[in-house]
Design a protein around this ligand. Sequence first.
Ligand SMILES: Nc1ncnc2c1ncn2[C@@H]1O[C@H](COP(=O)(O)OP(=O)(O)OP(=O)(O)O)[C@@H](O)[C@H]1O
Ligand SMILES: [Mg+2]
Length: 498
Amino acid sequence: LMPPEFRYAFSRFGRFLFDYLSWYNYFDVHEFDGITSNELYNCVQLHLSSSASTSAQRATLCRAKNSNKITYSLARSEKVSEKFKGAQVWWQHHIQERAAQVSIWERGSDEKRYYSLKIRKQDRDRVLADYLDHILNHAKQLQHGNREKQLYTNAKNNYNYHRQPWECVPFKHPSTFDTLALDPARKEEITNDLQEFMRGEEFYHRVGRSWKRGYLLYGPPGTGKSSMIAAIANFTGYDVYDLELTEVTSNAELRKLLIKTTNKSIIVIEDIDCSVNLSDRAKRKKEKKESEMPSSMTAMMAKQMEEEGSRVTLSGLLNFTDGLWSCCGSERIIIFTTNHIDRLDPALLRSGRMDMHIFMSHCTFPAFKILAQNYLGISEHELFPEVEAVIDAGMMTPADVSEILIKKRDPFEALEALIEALKAAKDKPKVDEKGDFTEGNSGLGATDIPEVEVKEEAGTNHADMSSAKQPDERIEKIDDKIDCQNEPALNKGEESSK
Ligand SMILES: Nc1ncnc2c1ncn2[C@@H]1O[C@H](COP(=O)(O)OP(=O)(O)OP(=O)(O)O)[C@@H](O)[C@H]1O
Ligand SMILES: [Mg+2]
């Protein structure tokens, strides 16, 4: 019997009176904010999952795609409360049937869901802002912990079918620092460095550096560079972006790829010496030669140079690692690997660019013991002293040693086969730290090669690495490498012999 206008005014007055007299303020967090989903709703849901699991009478369980954990959420009308900075807050989950579909974006859901937060008026100004920040941070942490790590690679021709620059699969590499055959002291040094980095947000902010760390892993093939990357990913829990530089058409595309990576990620460029035209100086040398050529040749060269100009260059790569754009995002680890450190441009090696240079060497005795534990399940054996006597002279890679150990299940047989192989390998040519061959034992002695040499870059001068080569000689080397790229693909063994 009541006219609608009067009914409306009456309900507004009722609401006003209730709000005025109430001790509490109420805040609703809806699942949808207009047409997009409300991120805060998901954060609140995640944040409340632990309270829901312990104190709610009724909870909803779910396992999200790509998640490795079950999450709890409050069921319809369920309430929980918690304390934050001395203030009590209450949450209730509301689920209402929808009268009609409001927008096509929400189709599929017949329910309107929202959380309502109840907080005392006197606490509101004091804690609300901090409390919401706390919820966001907590949810972020949980999200990170719940998610499966992903392995991304850049799409061919810059974009895939869905116009995304990266494609991904779940990352399930089993390598960890426990299974990695590495000198334990070095291992500790690297894990400590990673830990310091992960909790270094405040430090990086204070000193005005972007929160990222660079590692250069170098050494012969099969010494565990890729395994180390997987171990770092498993240690940090970060996603891995394996960047295939040969698929990137220009520096601008490289920048776009960088922007599309998430925080807490590892960006990997494997075999950096093989994947990018590392030298702008090589170009300059070509320019110099240009004037001496006939005009038709000059035109061809100009075209070639123009094409090269649209590709990824060293300066583009350096901008990617520590230029202005590298600071868009935080908590990033950049890892380059190479088999030939001497082929890299000194600009890539200079202080501060890559924070740590880690040399992965041939298998030493402490590293062998880890492999023996992994493959044979033994930490001591009567043949160990014999292995120790020949392992340094044999200079086999951990990959070679693993291959031998994996073939035999019986420890005695496996170790005998290994000793034989080590003795046979003794007289073969060796590869030194720079990827060059040395003859027999006459070159770099086994004792001269550290198992893994970790060079902290801060304040260190790497001039010594390239001091043997004059700039011109280095350009020659780079030219060799560019020519090498135009030849048919060689396998690694042939490439190193070349
Ligand atoms: N340090 C190591 N610890 C444990 N396993 C290792 C180690 N090095 C090599 N391996 C074994 O050898 C295989 C090849 O190693 P990995 O791919 O990590 O070598 P790499 O240094 O990346 O070689 P490349 O330079 O050819 O890429 C791995 O699958 C792993 O089983
Ligand atoms: Mg590798």
